[in-house]
Design a protein around this ligand. Structure first.
Ligand code: ZN
Length: 456
């Protein structure tokens, strides 16, 4: 009940076909050609201007032998994918079949056909009647993932997911806050989200979330994800944060212990933050209702209030109280839009009445303490904008405010895990010592890639 329902990919359903190996070989050949073309298109052709809908480009010259042409488009919010394919030259039947194959396979990988995703349609232009035949469509879901629908001989389409080979390089940003921390990190090549993660690591200094103070020193190492040819794709995770400010100072290294599989930040000696779960998922918010028996504000019944309510304006970020796995996120009666996170040691947290989920959040993803998971709202049974926050311990409701929470994990209690942590720490330190403009040694990149958890 907590995971997205798995669906059988179209490719697995046809087990009876005696020609399935032939079909498969043919399919992989087509995918190979499509991938090649797709990469070519990506590299050489700037994507159409967002908002315009779709542009058409003819790549006939680049693939003369197969008489295949590729035309680019873009998924838009108001034009159906099938209609966009039809405009590019596909027959109505083919366009609908390809669009359906794409849509049906996307959710199985936690991917979505989002407005703005660029796609490439491939046509066989060698037919006798002169009409182009749609042979496949590739949609770029995110910088690393491409979804393809490929035509079978019988005119149906099957979908497959291609993951680009990516590599991670480390990039250091360090200096002194001038205007604010987010600008400084952003100017150095990082993202606003990384600046938020940074601020959440130093809760003793709440001003840091608002930008910090001029003159405070920071040191950051982030991942830069590149494709096989070294082209920058996107910023990855923040892997190191050091701060020396008025009220807070320290260094944190991101590390994922093999046994838990959950990324956390540890100090130099392998000890995680002293509080395992934060008691304040909405920063600085006022508590409007405590845990315990109370008269329900809507029904008037005496009920156990199973959590703590934090009053805050609609849209205020809600942060994960601790690192964990998203096990559920949906609309629930009473709860409205809610997120459930499973943490280590039998703990779970629930965040209800949200107005929206954080972009990109899906069940099965891991989040870190302090990550924004959604925004305060008033959905479900709610009388005003607030977060209803629950903590469960081994399935039973607990009072988040009085709960005796375990302190952060100390890796030194497990020699093997500690050794793995130290290896990663030393790699990060090496990157900090290197000229930030110099490429990271291949050995370091390989090691970090090996440690990177695979996307669910
Ligand atoms: Zn409540």
């Amino acid at each position: 009940m907590t995971r997205a329902k798995p669906q059988t990919p179209a490719t697995v359903r046809r087990l009876e076909s005696p020609y399935r190996w032939l079909e498969r070989i043919a399919a992989f050949a087509v995918i190979g050609v499509m991938t090649g073309l797709f990469l070519m298109v990506r590299a050489d052709q700037p994507p159409p201007i967002p908002g315009v809908g779709f542009g058409a480009t003819d790549f006939r010259m680049e693939a003369p032998e197969t008489a295949t042409s590729a035309r680019t488009g873009r998924i838009t919010a108001n034009v159906a994918t099938a209609d966009a394919l039809e405009v590019l030259g596909a027959s109505a039947t083919d366009a609908a079949a390809a669009a359906t194959a794409l849509r049906e396979s996307a959710p199985t990988r936690g991917a979505r056909l989002r407005p703005g995703s660029p796609f490439v349609a491939y046509f066989d232009d060698s037919r006798e009647d002169g009409t182009p035949l749609l042979t496949g469509v590739s949609v770029r879901i995110d910088p690393k993932t491409t979804l393809s629908a490929t035509r079978r001989d019988d005119g149906t389409f099957f979908a497959s997911v291609l993951s680009a080979k990516t590599s991670i390089a480390l990039h250091r940003i360090s200096g002194v806050i001038d205007t604010n921390l987010a600008d400084a990190i952003h100017d150095g090549g990082g993202t606003r989200a990384q600046a938020e993660t940074f601020a959440s690591l130093f809760p003793e200094e709440p001003e840091l979330a608002k930008g910090g103070h001029k003159g405070e020193r920071f040191d950051v190492v982030i991942e830069m994800i590149a494709d096989e040819r070294g082209n920058f794709l996107e910023a990855g995770d923040l892997v190191f944060a050091a701060f020396n400010g008025e009220k807070a100072a320290g260094s944190w290294y991101r590390f994922t212990p093999d046994d838990s599989g959950l990324p956390e930040f540890f100090n130099r000696n392998g000890v995680a933050g002293d509080e395992f779960l934060s008691r304040e998922p909405v920063r600085g918010a006022e508590i409007s209702s405590r845990f315990g028996n109370r008269i329900h504000p809507i029904t008037g019944d005496m009920l156990l209030h199973t959590g703590v309510d934090f009053r805050a304006p609609v849209g205020t970020p809600i942060r994960a109280a601790g690192s964990g796995l998203i096990t559920d996120m949906r609309y629930g009666d009473g709860y409205g839009w809610f997120v459930r996170i499973q943490h280590e040691r039998g703990f779970e947290t629930v965040y209800a009445h949200m107005s929206a989920f954080a972009e990109g959040l899906t069940p099965g993803r891991t989040v870190m303490r302090g990550d924004t998971i959604g925004y305060v709202g008033s959905t479900g049974s709610s009388t005003g904008a607030h977060l209803h926050f629950e903590v469960l311990r081994n399935g039973a409701y607990a009072n988040p405010m009085t709960l005796d929470l375990p302190t952060g994990r100390d890796l030194s209690k497990d020699a093997k895990v500690l050794a793995a942590f130290k290896a990663q720490r030393d790699l990060i330190d090496a990157a900090r010592g290197a000229d930030p403009l110099e490429a990271v040694p291949p050995a370091l990149t390989a090691s970090l890639n090996a440690k990177r958890p695979t996307a669910p």
